[in-house]
Design a protein around this ligand. Structure first.
Ligand SMILES: NC(=O)c1ccc[n+]([C@@H]2O[C@H](COP(=O)([O-])OP(=O)(O)OC[C@H]3O[C@@H](n4cnc5c(N)ncnc54)[C@H](OP(=O)(O)O)[C@@H]3O)[C@@H](O)[C@H]2O)c1
Length: 266
């Protein structure tokens, strides 16, 4: 039985928690530290509002750090002291905060890995990045991988300097996609559809297109061309959407802004 201590359990933490429960991960015992009582899954976890309430004889295998990056300075000292000599893996999902930052606050010998999940973890369809140094003990690497794989796909990132760029795609990505759906629904309504139909068409089209792209051997450009008949409706729409590469430029700027923000959070 793996003992998982979650420090913070807000939007991302509770999505992961729901994903693990959904995957019937009966091999994990959950303990959550957060100031206010968890709204969901209350019966499936032990909750303490303050770390001082954690029983002395409780030693977790993994401490998942799921607070805001700005809260870590204040949060880490307790765990650094209490678990200084314990064989525990710290698995951080905080944007921007580096392995070096954690070693500085938790001690040079602390076992630390970084993961960057996304909220679709709740449905078991998450996309996580995992940076787990090869210097970590085998069990720690196994625990980190097992936890992230239980809630979706995992991309291993050996070069930590790529974490911010990768997080700007998959960690933030669901927000870009939801915004795209919102825009498509608005456009559908403008074209005369009711909101329910526009929403269903937009979501299912996105879902189906992603499923096709994931299983196809064609590149994405070819999949787009397969929908675009010469002189047809799609061609007319794409002439607007792709004009001056405006969308590509906008997305490039957006990803750059996310990456810059990660730098500022360090
Ligand atoms: N949201 C995402 O899509 C996403 C994706 C990838 C990574 N992340 C990362 O995940 C982390 C959490 O983000 P979030 O969106 O889940 O934020 P959030 O919803 O604001 O959750 C923050 C959590 O921290 C708790 N907390 C505050 N002070 C604490 C303390 N002293 N000790 C323990 N817990 C404390 C809060 O508890 P209360 O509710 O009781 O105040 C809340 O459960 C961030 O570092 C972020 O970079 C988020």
């Amino acid at each position: 039985m793996m003992q998982l201590l979650m420090v913070g359990c807000g939007k991302m933490g509770s999505a992961m928690l729901a994903g693990w429960r959904r995957a019937h991960h009966d091999g994990i015992t959950f303990t959550v530290i957060k100031p206010t009582e968890p709204a969901a899954n209350r019966e499936q976890l032990t909750w303490y509002s303050k770390p001082e309430q954690i029983p002395r004889d409780y030693v977790p295998d993994v401490i998942m750090l799921a607070v805001k990056p700005q809260q870590l300075d204040e949060v880490l000292p307790f765990y650094a002291k209490r678990y200084a000599s314990a064989n525990v893996l710290y698995l951080s999902i905080a944007a921007g905060k580096t392995l070096g930052y954690f070693r500085q606050h938790l001690g040079e010998k602390a076992q630390v890995a970084r993961a960057m999940p996304n909220t679709p973890a709740l449905t078991g369809k998450g996309m996580s990045l995992l940076c787990a140094p090869s210097s970590l003990p085998e069990t720690a690497r196994y625990h980190a991988t097992m936890l992230m794989e239980a809630i979706g796909k995992v991309a291993l990132v050996d070069d930590e300097s790529l974490m911010d760029a990768a997080a700007a795609i998959s960690g933030c990505g669901p927000a870009y996609i939801y915004y795209f759906i919102e825009c498509l629904v608005t456009a559908g309504k403008q074209a005369g559809l009711d909101e329910t139909l526009a929403r269903t068409l937009a979501i299912e089209t996105l879902y189906g297109s992603a499923a096709l792209a994931a299983q196809s051997h064609d590149n994405i450009e070819q999949l787009r061309k397969n929908v675009t008949s010469k002189g047809g409706m799609t061609e007319a729409a794409l002439a607007v959407l792709m004009q001056d590469n405006a969308l590509e430029k906008l997305l490039t700027e957006a990803v750059k802004a996310a990456k810059t923000r990660a730098e500022q959070l360090k």
